[in-house]
Design a protein around this ligand. Structure first.
Ligand code: KMH
Ligand code: ZN
Length: 311
């Protein structure tokens, strides 16, 4: 994700009569706790991303040790899921499979967090390398439902790739989180579910990624429109990039959604004050969740909520 501030207007209408394939109409129902997800807030931390520069932001976790340390702090602060991008020895984004496998293993050994690998990677990554991420054996993965202008770049997600990636998650039993940068992506999510059926685990959980220049704006009106267009029974988180972080977080909590926070999405804690680390972003989200009487969901609670089996 990038840290721009500019915003665009939302585009196409979305949401057909699709998604009949979604198995569980009411989230949390299948695990015997129908209120799960209404009484608790899923907090995902996205600690690194592919865009921020370690030299300019020393607090960015880029080594495996730094990532594991951040992960432990964020779990203690209330995160249940970690959305992972990794870096190479020079702190550049990489999709090296050996490093990804080692990262999944280390996070599992040191934390209870559910490990969601990014299949978005960096805008320069090939589609084949992004598909191969699933072979690292994560609990979950991100799956972006369409191409989007990404500042001066393009984050490419052509329909045949989306379909292939989704089919592979079903084959491998990796639970996808549908990343939606625009209303058109919601339409593609409906098409995907209609075409290939329910995801591994049977739950449809989405993340609205708002405020990317080229995608939907990070404001209340766009959030309400996107949520209204989601498949029936889908659950959702939201994240606002850069200065949209706070409005999107407040709107998401007010609308009964879940939260993603982290240095992938913002490097600024407040006006003129840089983020000191991922944990303080998670702590702020957890405080808000408690204030809203929907305290942070534990990793153990997040498993049935997302349809991820126990390890
Ligand atoms: N780094 C962006 C180009 C994802 O992780 O799935 C894509 C991204 C989305 O961050
Ligand atoms: Zn990402």
């Amino acid at each position: 994700m990038l840290l721009f501030m500019a915003e665009n207007s939302a585009t196409s209408a979305a949401g057909s009569a699709a998604s009949r394939a979604v198995s569980t109409a009411d989230r949390g129902g299948a695990d015997g706790n129908p209120r799960l997800g209404r009484d608790a807030t899923l907090i995902t931390v996205a600690p690194t991303g592919a865009e921020a520069d370690k030299a300019a932001t020393p607090a960015l976790p880029v080594t495996l040790d730094e990532l594991v340390t951040t992960a432990k702090e964020c779990e203690a602060a209330g995160a249940a899921v970690i959305h992972v991008h990794i870096r190479d020895a020079d702190a550049r984004p990489t999709l090296d499979l050996g490093r990804l496998r080692a990262t999944v293993g280390a996070l599992r050994e040191s934390t209870g967090l559910l490990v969601q690998l990014s299949t978005g990677g960096a805008v320069t990554d090939s589609l084949d390398d992004r598909l191969a991420v699933l072979d690292a054996g994560p609990d979950a993965c991100s799956l972006t439902c369409g191409t989007v202008n990404f500042g001066d770049e393009v984050f490419a997600n052509p329909w045949p790739f989306i379909r292939r990636l989704y089919a592979r998650t079903q084959e491998l039993g990796v639970v996808p989180e549908f990343e939606l940068f625009d209303l058109g992506h919601v339409a593609t999510l409906h098409r995907l579910l209609d075409d290939l059926g329910a995801p591994a685990g049977g739950r449809v959980h989405c993340d609205l990624v708002m405020g990317v220049p080229g995608g939907m704006p990070g404001d209340v009106a766009a959030l309400v429109a996107a949520v209204a267009a989601l498949p029936a029974g889908a659950t959702w988180s939201a994240t606002g990039i850069g200065r949209t972080t706070l409005p999107v977080m407040l709107a998401a909590v007010a609308a009964g959604g879940h939260l993603r926070v982290g240095m992938e999405d913002t490097l600024s804690f407040a006006r003129g004050r840089a983020v000191s680390g991922n944990a303080e972003l998670v702590e702020r989200a957890a405080q808000l969740a408690r204030l809203a009487q929907r305290p942070p969901m534990s990793p153990a609670g997040a498993r049935p909520f997302l349809g991820i089996p126990a390890r």
